[in-house]
Design a binder for this molecule. Sequence first.
Ligand code: BG6
Ligand code: MG
Length: 215
Amino acid sequence: MIKGVIFDLDGVLVSTDELHYKAWKRLADEIGIREFNKEDNEKQRGVSRMESLEIVLNKGQKRYTPKEKEALAERKNSYYREMLETLDDHAALAGVVATLEMLQTKGILIGIGSVSKNAPLILAKTGLLKYIDQVSCGFDIKRSKPDPEVFEVAASKLNLKEEECLVVEDSAAGVVAAKAANMKSLGVGPYYKILGADYQAKTLLDVINWEKILC
Ligand code: BG6
Ligand code: MG
């Protein structure tokens, strides 16, 4: 029986996955890596900022020192945070608010399992924070998805056993992490059919079998 639902944030509750891409693309262009594209960006879903940077740098020839890499990641994050300023309570994706309200009505606990260090800011700016019981984010973990740590921390903060939690994800790395945490998963987003999740829906608006998913 599911007692808690742990949502990934970027690409599940808010379309910040697009903003991540724009910010990385701007950085890549500035450092002469014009080959960085959407396909590379798909590999960045669910992985940490520094691992995402490596995906960009691998498309170019130049080698950078750890200090230079820190500065590049910081630069991308400043572009990204500039974009986050535009977020407001219209930014939640289709079906998100209705789903959160439905879960609250049923007494299901709601957690966030995101490797992003910007998760608290995004939740505050979009007004979604009021629905969330516990947040597990980039500040709580040492390893990013596909490691299960971010979901294990979320379950522990919710005071639930792993098998009492369902994960909602838009990334393959996140679904692998959910399985490794012994949690069922619902895959959403553009790649929902190929994520390997237990349940699938293009958006939260399209989930019709919550009764089955939560049993
Ligand atoms: C994840 C995104 O949610 O957060 C990744 O899917 C991103 O693409 C990661 O790299 C880290 O985000 P941030 O906001 O801490 O740079
Ligand atoms: Mg995501």
